[in-house]
Design a binder for this molecule. Structure first.
Ligand code: MLT
Length: 333
């Protein structure tokens, strides 16, 4: 071999050794569009994951339900055909009823409540139960704010105003029963179909947080907003348990640390952005109002009719009482 050839061969070998092994790039399904809390959580997770692993692991977000409807992504992750998903908690409940406690109307009453329950001992129990029930592990939590009611038809401030309004809800029994307690039969529908249904006026309205209304551009097809507070939207980041179990102990630690960092960033994001987003939606023409009488009628009807119906499903009245106690609230008898 000539000197030149030897030198070139040596340089190529050095170059190959200097290149890092290809990073593992995971697919992360995201139910919502750009600009909302789900995307913020996903971005924070990817950057923390890259930092934790020195660039050996990264992720790619697929926004707007490109990898399937939120409920379908739970099945996909559980069977190992999807790596990660970020979705609303109400779309995990059908697979793991205990997390339904977080969807019961008027249980979580603030961002602080949401952080306390999800990041404490109760949250860890829900994580464990979800692995057992659904084959997915919650490794991070996004916080999106209260699900406000939007519609294209008329201003709503009382329960009576809901009459004749066709409202889309997720395929979630607790939410269906909540609207029934307010006297109407809602229309259960997959998240990916919701924008078109609102646009084509198949349904008049829906509920979701301001962050989601904004990221889904619902202001283009909805006019009236009622500041209901019946569900504070919590949106977990889940990983396929099959994928997680295939990782080394060190990798698992890194993934969990990245999830925890993303959770922290999500709370900060909501605190910084929610009021701005609400103002932006008002500027774009949405008419926003509070429910009459401090929401009293909505609260009384929903809590008295819906809570008792779901005690068994969520794992017993004690599960709800555990959450209420941890929040310093009165328990149910
Ligand atoms: C739903 O309404 O199905 C979900 O809350 C949508 C979301 O994840 O933002």
């Amino acid at each position: 071999m000539t000197y030149l050839k030897r030198m070139l061969a040596g340089s190529v070998a050095a170059l190959v050794l200097a290149l890092p092994a290809a990073a593992a790039e995971y697919r992360i399904a995201v139910g919502d569009g750009a600009g909302g809390t789900q995307e913020a959580l996903g971005k924070a997770f990817i950057s923390a994951l890259e930092k934790e692993t020195g660039g050996k692991m990264t992720g790619k977000l697929f926004l707007n339900g490109q990898l399937g409807d939120e409920q379908d992504t739970v099945t996909a992750a559980s069977t190992g055909t999807l790596d990660f998903s970020i979705l609303a908690i109400n779309n995990i409940t059908p697979f793991s009823p205990t997390v339904g406690t977080l969807t019961l109307p008027y249980v979580i009453l603030s961002l602080e409540d949401a952080e306390k329950v999800t990041q404490g001992e109760l949250g860890q129990k829900m994580v464990d139960q979800t692995i057992e029930d659904a084959g997915v592990r919650i490794i991070g939590w996004a916080y999106s704010g209260f699900r406000v009611l939007t519609n294209s038809k008329k201003p709503i401030s009382t329960v009576a105003d809901l009459k004749d309004l066709v409202v889309r809800v997720p395929k979630n029994e607790i939410m269906i029963e909540t609207y029934k307690s307010w006297g109407i039969n809602p229309t259960p529908m997959a998240w990916t179909e919701t924008f078109a249904a609102l646009q084509q006026k198949v349904v008049d309205g829906q509920d979701n947080p301001y962050m989601t209304v904004y990221s889904m551009k619902f202001d283009e097809v909805q006019k009236y907003v009622t500041n209901l507070r019946y569900i504070f939207s919590i949106e977990p980041l889940i990983v396929s348990e099959q994928l997680f179990q295939g990782m080394s102990a060190e990798e698992q630690k890194q993934v969990l640390a990245a999830g925890a960092a993303a959770t922290k960033a999500s709370g900060e994001f909501l605190r910084a952005e929610e009021a701005k987003i609400r103002d932006e939606l008002a500027k774009r023409g949405m008419e926003i109002q509070d429910p009459a009488d401090g929401e009293k009628e909505f609260i009384e009807l929903a809590t008295s009719a819906v809570w008792p119906k779901f005690y068994d499903k969520i794992g017993g009245k004690d599960v709800l009482n555990g959450v209420l106690t941890s929040l310093g609230r009165e328990t149910v008898q």
